[in-house]
Design a binder for this molecule. Structure first.
Ligand SMILES: [Zn+2]
Length: 166
């Protein structure tokens, strides 16, 4: 059986004996080196070869999506949610625990007298230390009058009005 093929250099049709398959020789027309194809390769090129190749090509395809699923799944959603939630919680804590604003505390001298003792200075000092000196806005002396129960006389006394931040 002879092998018929075309020279890849000049396209001339050549015919050799089947024993020459795979051998290399110079084209008689263009003198370029050409290799004689094997009889099997010439049969596949001429006829329909697809039936044997198609199942081999389709079988590895299902493995590709499995690999992509393993790589692509997790990680991204959690940090975004936590960034949104943390500012909301801190705003709630501020509005519930502290209502920023000015407060007034009036301390009257007559409310701080006990029998034999005058605790007015102690009471004012204790209050100022409790709110802290950074919270004090102003301290204003006041005077007021009241009827003392024991003597039924009108008595003028004093006190302080403290304006502070809370
Ligand atoms: Zn040639």
């Amino acid at each position: 059986m002879d092998i018929t093929f075309s020279c890849p250099g000049c396209g001339i049709s050549l015919e050799v004996e089947s024993e020459a398959a795979g051998q290399q020789f110079d084209c008689p027309s263009c003198h370029k080196p050409i290799q004689v194809p094997s009889p099997a390769s010439t049969e596949r090129a001429g006829g329909p070869p697809a039936s044997a190749v198609a199942p081999a090509a389709s079988s590895p395809q299902p493995q590709v999506p499995k690999i992509e699923k393993r790589i692509s799944v997790p990680v991204t959603s959690n940090p975004v949610e936590s960034l949104i939630q943390k500012p909301n919680k801190s705003l709630d804590a501020v509005s519930r625990d502290q209502k920023p604003g000015l407060r007034v505390k009036t301390i009257r001298h007559s409310d701080c007298k006990e029998v034999g003792k005058d605790k007015f200075d102690d009471t004012v000092s204790e209050f100022l230390n409790r709110i802290g000196d950074n919270a004090v806005v102003s301290i204003t002396p006041i005077s007021y009058s009241y009827v003392e129960m024991a003597t039924q006389k009108l008595v003028t006394d004093f006190g302080v009005m403290v304006v502070y931040r809370a």
